[in-house]
Design a protein around this ligand. Sequence first.
Ligand code: C2E
Ligand code: MG
Ligand code: MG
Ligand code: MG
Length: 292
Amino acid sequence: RAKQQGRATYQVFDTGLDREIQAREASRQRFATALPEGELRLHYQPQVDIFGGEVIGAEALVRWQHPEEGLLAPGRFLPIIEGTALEIELGEWVIEAALRQLQAWCMQGISLPVHVNISPAHLLSGEFAERLAGLLTCYPEVPARLLKLEVVESAAIHDIQTALSVMRHCQALEIDFAIDDFGTGYSSLTHLRQLPVDLIKIDQSFVRDMLTDPDDMAIVESVIYMANRFRRPMLAEGVETLDHARALLALGCARVQGYGIARPMPAEDFPAWLRDWPGRHEWSALAMHLQK
Ligand code: C2E
Ligand code: MG
Ligand code: MG
Ligand code: MG
């Protein structure tokens, strides 16, 4: 009887696990068709300098336009493909799509840097820089310096020597790097010194609560101090309100990105947003206050 019960329990557990593995595999296979079916999209979120009031770039963020489930954020599908060949395939698609968009904007007279997120596995995949160089030659009208790459700290820490050589190779192509989600990884200080990084992005988790949580405020202050000491430009993510922007500006961080300025939007909407931005007086007034 006990044996029977044991078996029954085992079977229930087994079926549950099976189902989960099968569901994951099914999503992965479904995602594999998303690329050839043209269901992936890039949305663009503006990055602005609130001191000068100008738009300084846009971050490309991938979405999956799922025919049944609607527009899916990367959190819904990136974890499923992590560690598979699809991760690299997606990464290459994103770079090419960004270059295509850059070319379209250049032809419309919009010359704006576009930041692309690069997964650690993609960066360290062995032929990253060579393939990037190849892609760049397919878009000769796009100045390479308009393409920027965002990598999280862990990408570099995993294999610092490889990361360094890939990044240097990319720099030779005039491609700059930003460290994304700065402060959430390990040994930030050492890596800041070693890595050829041209922008430090302060993670939104610290920015979000900086006005209410003294610990988060301390982290934001430290990152800004450090970035200044290392003479690296910085940008704060997750700026949702004018109060956040005001506080960041007072601390010396003028470059910001967040829902308070604009949510990520389809490329088609970007030119209209660019035209309307100078009219957002509440944001330009921030800096005028400071200059007085
Ligand atoms: P990330 O690179 O740190 O991008 C910022 C995320 O914060 C984006 O989420 C953006 O929509 C969101 N965000 C921007 N402003 C605010 C704000 O004011 N408040 C809040 N609460 N959120 C804000 P998203 O698009 O869901 O992307 C999540 C992450 O997925 C990205 O974080 C990045 O790590 C990854 N990701 C996105 N696109 C790509 C891609 O094309 N390739 C790769 N490898 N990763 C990507
Ligand atoms: Mg990013
Ligand atoms: Mg980030
Ligand atoms: Mg993030």
